[in-house]
Each structure stands twice: as C-alpha cells, then as structure tokens.
Design a protein around this ligand. Structure first.
Ligand code: NI
Length: 227
C-alpha cells in the first residue's frame, strides 16, 4: 500500500535543502543502479558521498524522526542515507524494481529495502509529467505531491517515473528496513494503531478498552518485530 506523509518538511526546510543541493555537482543517476534498473534510468543524481547530500539528508532524517505517521507506518529499523535526484528535458525512469539490499558506498552500511520513500522537493506546478507510478495489488497508482510531502511504498513493487515534459523535478529517495519485514503484518499494525489513536482521542488514553487494544498492538509487534 502507498502511504502519503503530507508536510513532512515545511517550506523553510525544503528551501534549506534546495539551497544546499541545487548548486552541487550532479552526476549521471546510473551511479547507484543495479544492472537491470540502469537500462531504465535516465536522470541526474547527487553522489552519495557529496557533503551537500549528507547535510540535506540529515534534515530529512530529522523530520522523519519527528513524524508519528512515518514511524507508525514504517516501523523503521534502519534508514539508508537520503539520496537526491533530478529529472528534466524528457528524462524518466522506466519500470523497475528496487534492489533488495542497498550497501552504502564507503561505510558498508547495509539496508534491506522493505519500503521505498520519495520526498518531493519541487512544487507540482513547476513541472509537467514526472509522476511516480506504482503498480500495487489494487492497481496502478500515480503520485505527484507538493514540495515537502513524501510517499512510502513497498520496495517490492514495480514502479517508474514518467518522463518530464516541462520544468525540473527534484526529489529525495531512499530505502527503509522495517522492524516488521512482512508488508501485510506491517499494514495490520498500522491500521490497528490508527484506530487506537482515534479511539483514544474519543475516549481517553486511560480508557480500559484503549489500554487493552494498545496491549494487543504491542503483543503483535513483539511477535513480528526484529529489533
Ligand atoms: Ni526505484
């Protein structure tokens, strides 16, 4: 399932990130591709080791850490340092699946890609085309969100970025290893947590049934999580 995270970054944070990355040295996006996705990929990317990518990436990681929606939806164990890409002038990324394991250049830090995330860093009306298209079990979904919004989707899904026909699309993308590997189990926990939050707001966090359901949530998490 796709989960949007509206307003992950505020306008000031987006501007700070763009200020860091816009004048950096962009390279051919195939630097990080596996051999299959290299065939499909046509974009620009900041090198993983670029200091601007590290600094801008930290702003995104900080925002994720402050987002209850991200934490509830992803149940993150490890997060790959954010990468940045740019599409313009007809560039696109054809249908592909993300590599199962990502290894950070230099450090050897490894992340199993359970979830992929795109953080949009350009206003929708500043470019044409460039939709993220994800093939899910419920059909094909197209995503194009305002600057500062993010979308989470299963890394196992086939997905693509449609050609840019005008303007420039700048985004951050990376992968999350979840404490809960199984998509269905993670979704069940997210649904349960969402209902508990609604119920707790209606009754109170001290309500007996809210406490019981919270216990069930944690007992399921204990069963399913690797920490
Ligand atoms: Ni991808």
């Amino acid at each position: 399932m796709l989960i949007a995270i509206p307003g992950l970054l505020d306008a000031q944070c987006v501007a700070s990130i763009r200020g860091l990355i816009d004048d950096a040295q962009w390279i051919d996006g195939n630097a990080t591709s596996g051999p299959q996705s290299a065939l499909a990929k046509n974009n620009l990317q900041l090198p993983e080791t670029a200091p601007q990518a590290r600094e801008a990436g930290q702003l995104i990681l900080d925002a994720l850490g402050r987002s209850p929606l991200f934490i509830a939806a992803a149940l993150p164990l490890k997060i790959f340092p954010p990468l940045f890409n740019s599409y313009s002038g007809g560039q696109a990324f054809g249908t592909h699946v993300d590599n199962a394991v990502r290894i950070q250049a230099g450090s050897g830090f490894r992340v199993r890609s359970d979830l992929s995330i795109t953080v949009f860093l350009e206003d929708c009306d500043a470019y044409e085309g460039g939709e993220l298209v994800v093939e899910t079990q419920f059909g094909v979904q197209q995503v194009k969100l305002p600057a500062g919004d993010a979308v989470l989707y299963p890394s196992s899904s086939l997905h693509r970025v449609e050609p840019i026909t005008a303007g420039r699309r700048v985004a951050s993308f990376f992968w999350i290893q979840s404490m809960v590997r199984d998509d269905q189990a993670r979704q069940t926990l997210f649904d349960l947590d969402s209902s508990i939050q609604v119920l707790a707001a209606e009754r109170s966090h001290g309500d007996a049934q809210v406490i019981r359901l919270t216990g069930i949530y944690h007992n399921l998490l204990r069963r399913w999580a690797d920490a």
